[in-house]
Each structure stands twice: as structure tokens, then as C-alpha cells.
Design a protein around this ligand. Sequence first.
Ligand code: FAD
Length: 412
Amino acid sequence: MIQCDVCIIGAGPAGLIAGIFAAEQGAKVIICETNTVPGKKLLRTGRGRCNLTHSGSVDDFIKAYGQFGRFLRHSLYEFGPSDVRDFFQKLNLATKVEATGCVFPVTDRATDVSRVLVDRARRLNVVFWYGKRVIEVEKRPKGFWVNTENKRIECRSVIIATGGVSWPFTGSTGDGFDLASGFGHEIVEPKAALVRLITEETWPSQLQGVGIERAGLAATVKDKKIKTSGAVMFTDDGIGGPAVFDISRLLADDLASGTESIEMFIDLMPNIKDSELDKLLTEKCAASAAKELARVLSDEMLPRAIVLKLCHWIAPSTTILAGQLPKAKRKELVRLIKHLPVKITSTRPIEEATITRGGISTEQIDRKTMESKLCKGMFFAGEIINVDGPCGGYNLQIAWSTGALAGKSASK
Ligand SMILES: Cc1cc2nc3c(=O)[nH]c(=O)nc-3n(C[C@H](O)[C@H](O)[C@H](O)COP(=O)(O)OP(=O)(O)OC[C@H]3O[C@@H](n4cnc5c(N)ncnc54)[C@H](O)[C@@H]3O)c2cc1C
């Protein structure tokens, strides 16, 4: 049997930062990881560039997390977005803010983020046990036994940082949910979030691969208006892209609760009001009266594939010349461009989702320490907790903030 002060289950971003913070306080730390390498998912983040946080104040973050802001507040004030940037800077990995507000390492390499974390942990004598899947945690009079298939660790505190259940081939298979529920923790049903959406309509498949760089999305659920904006892409069974990912997170609970379908409207030109678009179309059609309407619309307005679809909808069997567009059809065109309806039936499977929504109930975790309220000495960090954020670095920030707080608290 091997002994340590803090045993961490999972070497993802939450587990790694927790290990560093615990060891900085003088704790003897062991991190157990199923995989033979750390941070398999971390290496995939930001398409391999790692969008490690976002610009903005702690209060901006609290607002962005919505219903989860209150729970995360303390951890964000302890180790917030600017602390994360300072932390990596001190490890000689400078960061940069892009026009979108997303923060990346200047090297644009997630491997560098993982490398500096592991190097820092090793310098603090954190011991890594790779290829060691934890199968059981037992409560003992003075702490815990953490059991892998062939090894046992005796520790004072345990931090469960095993992630959610999305992208399971990276190691996040939901083991932590089983380990925690053994101690009576409630698991809020895991759902897919930041994921593509499936539509009832099949026409998006005809536009597969066609995208709009800046679109608006709007839906009303239980009298609540939900809106996002950003890139939207049509897929073989629905819609994808950052704006869709963000709205998927806000619709996930309703879609999972058996709602038949949710009506959503795509604004293909969010920078222009309906009345202005109507005026613009009138002017453009008058100026190019002899041209095909589809040509006029695809000139600097919308991708041609989408324009052809719109023209087909307003006049299925004829080719309209711009000068012959009747007022009623122009109004119909404006409606379709500004409020293109789609019925969302479900998300793509959770295995494909960027994050898991759901996890250990925050009601059972002390938000000032990340310690379980049911089991003293047991802590949680990262995506395993029932908190999540939008695209743009907000989910890794959850891992950094809750991981740092759990590590610090567990070492006491
Ligand atoms: C493709 C993709 C891109 C993303 N890009 C971004 C981005 O750019 N910015 C952002 O903010 N977020 C991004 N995310 C989300 C972000 O990666 C996660 O929120 C984050 O990795 C969660 O960290 P974690 O440490 O809690 O869990 P994980 O990263 O899932 O790590 C959990 C670790 O625990 C290990 N483990 C599980 N069970 C056991 C066990 N029984 N014993 C031992 N070890 C175990 C796993 O192998 C894994 O290594 C992205 C996600 C994906 C899938």
C-alpha cells in the first residue's frame, strides 16, 4: 500500500491544476490516470490550440455561467481568468487574446499547455500513475483507500476529477459518477451540450457543409427567449457551428426532458433589420432588374447554395428575374432570411458533444472548498460537477478554478 496526503483521480486539466495547487501547499500528491498519457482531451481543445480561457472580468464570467454562476463565484475569485493567464506566464507560456475574446497560448499549441502543467507538477514532486484506472474508493477511519485493479493508495483526501462522459475515448467515461454515487451523491442526468442539433426538416442535408459566418439563433422555451449568435453550418442531419453549440447548451435540459421538438429561427443576416433588408432588396432588384434574382442575392449577400434554396421556396417552379419580384414574395424572402424556421428534435449523441451538461449536484458540494457535503475529505473538480459554460474557454476556466480550489482545500 502506498500513502499520500492527496490522491487525485484523473489527469485532465482539473486534476493537473489540483495536483499543482495541493503540492504547492506542501501536500504529497499522487495522480491516478486511466490513460498512459495525461490530458488526452486537453490536447484536443480549441482544435489543438487550446482556448484556455476568455477575456473579461470575474463578474463577466459569473454572468456567462448563468444559473451556475453562484456556485462558481468563489472559485473564480480565488483563481479567475486573469490568474490563469498569470499562472501560465509564470510557467513561461505566454497567452494572447484573439478578436473574439478567446485566450490561447501564444504558441497555439495545446501540447504546450499540457507540457507546462505536467512539468510544474513533477517539479513539485507530484507522482503520476498512468494506466491506472481507479475502480473503487473506500472510506477509512483516517481518510480513504483508492483502489486501482492492482494497487491501493492510502490518502487523507481524495479529489475526483474524472470529467464527464463526452468524447469517452479520451478517458472520460463517467467512472467518477459511479465512484461518487457510492457515497450518496446525486448525479444530475448527463446530457450532450455544445453539440450539433438534429432538425425535423431534411433540407439542411442538401446544404451540408454550407455555412454562415455570422448568424443569429432564437428559440422560445417555456416563455423564455433564448438567443445566440455566431457561425452556423448546415450538416447532414441538422445544424452545427459555434452559435448552434451555444444554444444547444441552453436547450439541452428541455430536449432531454422529452419535449417533442423546439422551434428555432435562424437569422441569416443579423446585422440588418427586417425593414432595412426589405429596402435593400427593393433597391438591389431595381438596379439589376434584368438579372436572375438568385444572382442578385448571392452578390455579397448570402452563399449561393442558400440563395438557391430560398428562391426555390418562394418560387418552386420558376426562375424569377429581380425586376419581376412581386412585393408579397419579397416580404416572404425577408421573412425567410431573417426568421428561417427549423424544428429541433434532439442533439447529436453525448459521445460527440464537446461537454457534458449535468454531473454531481452542486447542492452537495461546498462551493467555498469543493468538498463534498456528504463525505468529509472527498473533493470534486472540473466537468464532473453539474456546471458548464458556453464556447470560448469558459469550460476550461471551470476546470482551472474548481481544480485549483479543490487542490488547495484538500491539502489543508
Ligand atoms: C474536442 C473538444 C474541444 C474542446 N475545446 C475546448 C476549448 O477550446 N476550451 C474550453 O474551455 N473547453 C474546451 N473543451 C471542453 C474541455 O476540454 C473540458 O471541459 C475539460 O477537459 C474538462 O476537464 P476535466 O479535467 O474536468 O475532465 P477531462 O478533461 O475529461 O479529464 C478527466 C480525466 O480523468 C481520467 N479518468 C476518468 N476516469 C478515471 C478513472 N476511473 N481512473 C483514473 N482516471 C480516470 C480520464 O482519462 C481523463 O484524463 C473541449 C472539449 C472537446 C471534447
